[in-house]
Design a protein around this ligand. Sequence first.
Ligand code: FES
Length: 158
Amino acid sequence: MKLKESLLSRRDFFTGLIYGSLGSVAAYLAYPVVRFLYYEKKLPLPKAVTITLADIEKLSLNSAVYFQYGYLPGILVRTEAGEIKAFSAKCTHLDCNVNYKPDTKTFYCACHDGYFDITGKNIAGPPPTPLVAFNVKQEADHMVITYPEEGGEEAKKA
Ligand code: FES
């Protein structure tokens, strides 16, 4: 059976098609932003992360390597004296990742030219607070890295 008149005008059909397409594009663009802002911060952090001493000994003195602490990027530094330090690699300004600069023994954030010293203290640029320092403890043949008790900014967000 064929209807004599359409239930939907051509204008209404194309208007709906355009609004539907725009809505799909908006949802496609908004999803990663919403996920970045809310989703990851609700994930629980692990109680600890272990790194074997054999892996740490492969690291040259005065150099750094990234590691993952749950959803948080971490940066582990082996100082010139052989001491191991670990920090959250997220800059305390706007969450960009920091890099270690062996020549100046500082952490550098390229986003807005922020600097932190080897203890994680913010020393130049816009970062308002020091890097979050992880606790590092040697056990048998590995290092155990844990999040600080008071938790800093990340714990408040979680
Ligand atoms: S995000 Fe690191 S200085 Fe702005």
